[in-house]
Write a new protein. Sequence first.
Length: 311
Amino acid sequence: MNSAGYTAGDRLPWLACFLLLLSACKSYDKQRDELPDNKYKGTIRVSADESFKPIIDEHIKIYESQHSGASIRVEYKPEADCLRDLPNDSVRMVIATRPASEEEKEYISDSLKKNLRSMTVANDAIAVIVHPSSPDSLFTMQELREILTGKFKKNLIPVFDGVKATSTVRFIIDSVLRGDSLTPKAMAARSSEGVIDYVSKNPNVIGFIGISWIGNPEDTAQMSFLKKVRMAALESSDKPGAYVKAYQANIYLKRYPMVRDLVYILKENYRGLGTAFANFMSGETGQIIFRRAYLVPTKKKFGIRPVKLKE
């Protein structure tokens, strides 16, 4: 017996337990590889607001180019349809303009035993577009409300990427009309690109789309859209009588009056591909992608340089 009062035989059970626990421990890499998906491999489904398609496509393209074993399959829908996908166990992430509500969090926790995590990763804006020949390209918010309710002095018909269930329509109803009803003359295109095409062919309409469709002067497709339509300017939020367009600096400084969030809602209980893609969007590379697309990143601070868009 030693001075502590223990014999070698007394230590054997503890030693056996220690060795058993040690053998049960796995390296981080081995545990990660046993998950159904992780940062480097696997497939997940994402439901994303259609108005964010150009910028989300860019994020997925860059992420998959850096992680060849990963596949992010995105389906673009009206925002309300994306949010209805939250209870769908096969959809790992939703990208919308608002975070998950407390009711949604509780429902998913109770029904799927999963936690919802949300983060705002960028700000964008709703751009107003008109026909190139339109004499009206400067609007106050009061004039926009009159157009949207059918009370404007001129017959300008609003057109959206759908008249129900889209984030653009929800923003207009909640943040611009604030209780007033949208005119029954409002029209719906099948997509944001459809809005651009319809406005380009009809001088008596006014379109509302996400700025990520026409706000990047380095994107040849978006510049081709701006040859078909004009971006209107709205009265500045901080300087009455001054008019500003939905440019990056004006979004950043909140001068432009129709700014909204780009939010991911993640439904994942382990550090899988969904977590990795969420971290990518909120990390330095993803935030640079937002900045270069002339949206405003919210998780990293970058300088904003002035730019003049061609019209």
